[in-house]
Design a protein around this ligand. Structure first.
Ligand code: MG
Length: 437
């Protein structure tokens, strides 16, 4: 065949394919608009990214919630990513992720990662809607029918925490995270009276790690004694202790056979995981504060943790989370994605999708949705007997009522983060030293 005829034939084939794909509705949709739905139905600032395409009725939603700095994420989406994305093909998800990730040159920060996540998850939603399938089908299908969850039991006193844990066990939960208040101090994850122990140079909340450590160990010992051997107990140290205290804590609770001990070290101190690992077999979970591959890669590669529990939007969305989960599978590290109230229901749908499709699933943190949240987000994942089920509709299976969302602006009271525009206040030691929280 002459060269000219071959080129003509190739052009004809390309034209035929284009016509056929368009006829079958398979032409690449182009991104037409990118917008933010800012809402706080539970008093917690949520960021939902909506992407519309040039194809009628084809759109998607993603979670980009970084509640402590929500206004900055929203600006990153609308002022930087939107102009970058308009006109691009919506079906090239990984390619667009890499393009967004590199477009600021400096990367792996929480604001930009959340903005990218909002777009990334919206693109997965769009692809699912195009295929007429839930996202879990697009990425290989289910390993399991539902995700085993843990919930949070707490109390000002140890007896109250144990009583609350028992209630959750009666509701069907097999895993319970237990936290207890510390008299006079601002503990983590538990109800306490207003801080009464005065600081030397300040009047705000006080936290003393050594006191909290003794209280936490006592709680776990008592809970294991009273709740029995069968329930899986979890505890969050929330990065509030010195590295040596973390080693002591992990060793002290080893005989209690926890499901995992969470955030025993801060991200700045992760090299100390080697010491914990070398001295005891308490299962270790880490990652909700991570933003960068430089943080999770060594911990997985050296098998220094048992559970990766990154906040999926903070690591840049569903696309990188899938890759890191697969990386963890090779090293025997399981997933336990962060699932608090400052993840929007679309983000929770992405979490449960990862739970279902990854072989190395460990457990899923569960936070209930309130009525206002359900009013806005139709199709939230459903909990039954301690298991979380994904929606079976295409994409994430969630529709967002934007009019309802507008009823609950960021100033809506009721959440933990009502002051400081969603930012956190400070907690100090008695002598005035700021602690990580
Ligand atoms: Mg935590």
């Amino acid at each position: 065949m002459a060269a000219g005829a071959a080129a003509l034939s190739a052009r004809q084939l390309a034209a035929d394919e284009k016509t056929e794909r368009a006829t079958r509705g398979l032409a690449s949709p182009k991104i037409k608009d990118v917008s933010v739905i800012a809402t706080a139905p539970a008093g917690v600032r949520l960021t939902v990214v909506k992407i519309t395409t040039d194809q009628d009725g084809l759109y998607g939603y993603g979670c980009g919630t970084f509640t402590q700095r929500a206004d900055l994420v929203n600006a990153a989406v609308e002022r930087y990513l939107k102009p970058f994305l308009i006109g691009k093909k919506a079906d090239r998800i990984d390619d667009l992720w890499q393009a967004m990730y590199n477009s600021s040159y400096w990367r792996n920060g929480p604001v930009l990662n959340n903005a990218i996540s909002g777009v990334d998850q919206a693109l997965w939603d769009i692809k699912g809607r195009m295929a007429g399938m839930p996202v879990y089908q697009l990425v290989g299908g289910k390993h399991r029918d539902a995700a085993d969850c843990y919930t949070h039991a707490d109390g000002a006193e140890i007896s109250q925490t144990i009583e609350n844990a028992r209630k959750f066990m009666e509701q069907g939960f097999r895993h319970v995270r237990i936290q207890v208040g510390i008299p006079g101090m601002s503990g983590y994850g538990a109800r306490t009276a207003a801080a009464k122990i005065p600081g030397v140079l300040h009047e705000g909340p006080v936290f003393e790690p050594a006191v909290a450590m003794r209280r936490g160990i006592k709680l776990l010992e008592e809970a294991r004694k009273q709740l029995g051997e069968e329930v899986e107990l979890l505890h969050d140290m929330h990065e509030r202790y010195s590295p040596n205290q973390a080693v002591q804590f992990a060793k002290a609770v080893e005989p209690l056979h926890l499901f995992f001990l969470e955030d025993s070290l801060s991200p700045e101190d992760i090299a100390y995981f080697r010491q914990i690992r070398s001295q005891c077999a308490t299962p270790i979970a880490m990652g909700e504060l991570f933003n960068s591959p430089h943080e999770w890669t060594p911990l997985i590669q050296e098998r220094l943790i048992d559970y990766m529990r990154m906040h999926v939007t903070q690591m840049g969305g569903f696309t990188p989370a899938r890759k890191v989960a697969a990386f963890g599978e090779i090293y025997g590290v399981k997933t336990a994605w962060h699932g608090p109230g400052d993840v929007c229901p679309v983000g929770h749908a992405a979490n449960v999708t990862l739970d279902l499709v990854c072989y190395n699933f460990g457990v899923q943190e569960y936070t209930p949705f309130n009525d206002r949240t359900r009013e806005i987000f139709d199709g939230c994942p459903v909990l039954k007997d301690g298991y979380l089920y994904a929606n079976e509709k295409p994409g994430w299976g969630i529709e967002v009522d934007e009019k309802a969302a507008a009823k609950y602006p960021y100033s809506t009271p009721g959440g933990r983060y009502g002051n400081l525009n969603g930012g956190w206040g400070e907690i100090r030691r008695r002598d005035g030293t700021i602690i990580k929280q």
